[in-house]
Design a protein around this ligand. Structure first.
Ligand code: 5GP
Length: 120
């Protein structure tokens, strides 16, 4: 969740365009794309373009504008994908105990079905 940022992580490669993604949203601060192994009918990953290992350093070091941009993107995507009426879940795994696999901060946006009680 902390420590040095690895510029070879998979989301860094997606941000560089080295590997493809199915993009759902992009602006100055944020990129969002579909998860390659979806855990729900809608499973989108929302990431800042700048390098943060996890929420731990994102929350400590990102500007208020950038933090707002990520949260606003999540809400905008949920709106655009028609998830507001049915509801949705936003999760971030930070570090080892949460099982974070990709060391670039990301929000999971999950919806499109009744989700299992949290934590599943
Ligand atoms: P974490 O466990 O770090 O919270 O979540 C990482 C997520 O990234 C997982 O849900 C996994 O399916 C997704 N993922 C891993 N590699 C890729 C990839 O190459 N492309 C996309 N779109 N998603 C990926």
């Amino acid at each position: 969740g902390t420590g040095p940022y690895d510029p070879e992580n998979i989301f860094a490669k997606i941000l560089r365009g080295d590997i493809p993604c199915k993009k759902v949203f992009e602006n100055e601060w944020v990129l969002a794309f579909y998860d390659i192994a979806p855990k729900a009918p809608v499973h989108v990953l929302i990431i800042p373009k700048k390098p943060y290992v996890s929420f731990i350093d994102f929350n400590k070091t990102a500007s208020a504008q950038e933090i707002a941009a990520v949260m606003q993107a999540a809400g905008q995507i949920a709106h655009d994908l028609h998830l507001e009426e049915s509801g949705y879940r936003i999760i971030t795994n930070a570090g080892q105990n949460a099982g974070q696999e990709v060391p670039h901060f990301h929000l999971h946006l999950l919806g499109g079905k009744a989700l299992p009680p949290f934590p599943a």
